[in-house]
Design a protein around this ligand. Structure first.
Ligand code: 6PG
Length: 270
């Protein structure tokens, strides 16, 4: 077993041999947290990410032993970000998740809350998604006799999975974009110059309100950025992944050897 654990100031990093081992460990983490939250509170709320690393994990989750043992009917699925395309478009994160996971496991369709990114107005899509999140989490939060709950606690995901691009972006929080200044908004439309297109993304504030945030990053092309993000100075405009520091939750990075190549202090842990 080649797992190494590195303790960094704001998070723990677990390093695996290759993308396949990373996908398996991420699937096990998902299954363990799903059990824990379903047993403890009757449901598990998760925001998923696009990208190749999550896709590999989804395929693992859609097969044995996870297919038969994960409490699928009590899991509520959301997304951290979406490209502004219809849900059947090849670029759609929803489509990728549906094809690799959701269509293969017994999740009731009413547990799936995709981002309506096909709407012609991206701002409107972000507002609708934010409203969906607020309604869902307020309804499930036991808002109390007055029916009110502090907005700062809504939404609070049990788990947010994130990827990181070689440029340091996460979700659709890209370097030097307006979404980095979104403050306490829940979800926003973000124009990304390099794609000449909008994306819809959860804000850092929403992600940082989660109970667990887990990054998945694999590959040599992430190594330099990962070192800068975890060990370099705080430059969130340049490396938006540095904005992710849960206020009252756990931050974990699951990475492969290639991505971790430049990280300091790799002590053997198993
Ligand atoms: C997307 C993402 C994005 C992704 C990273 C990492 O829709 O593209 O949500 O933030 O997770 O770019 O992607 P890879 O895992 O493919 O490197």
């Amino acid at each position: 077993m080649s797992t190494r654990m590195l303790q960094k100031p704001h998070c723990q990093v677990r390093v695996y041999r290759d993308p396949a081992e990373l996908a398996l460990k991420a699937a096990r983490l998902f299954a363990r947290l799903a059990d824990q939250y379903v047993i403890g509170s009757g449901r598990f709320t998760v925001a998923l990410s696009g990208g190749s690393t999550p896709k590999a994990m989804f395929s693992v989750l859609a097969a044995d032993p996870f297919l038969d043992t994960v409490p699928w009917s009590s899991i509520y699925f959301f997304w951290g970000d979406e490209r502004c395309v219809p849900p059947d478009h090849p670029d759609s994160n929803y489509r990728m998740t549906n094809e690799s996971l959701l269509s293969k496991v017994p999740v009731p369709p009413e547990n799936v809350f995709r981002i309506p990114a096909e709407l012609p107005d991206p701002e409107r899509a972000a507002e609708e998604y934010a409203a969906t999140l607020t309604a869902f989490f307020l309804a499930g939060a036991g808002a109390g006799p007055t029916g009110t709950a502090p907005l700062s606690t809504v939404p609070r995901f049990d788990l947010v999975f994130l990827g990181m691009g070689p440029d340091g972006h996460t979700a659709s929080l890209f370097p030097h974009t307006t979404a980095l200044q979104a403050g306490e908004q829940i979800a926003v439309a973000n124009y990304v110059e390099k794609f000449k297109a909008h994306r819809i993304t959860l804000t850092a504030a929403t992600i940082n309100n989660a109970r667990n945030v887990t990054f998945l990053a694999a590959g040599e092309d992430k190594a330099e950025t990962l070192k800068d993000v975890l060990e370099g100075s705080y430059q969130p405009d340049l490396y938006p992944s540095q904005l992710i520091r849960p206020r009252n939750g756990a931050l974990l990075w699951l990475v492969d050897d290639a991505a971790a190549r430049l990280l300091a202090d790799q002590h053997p842990a198993e």
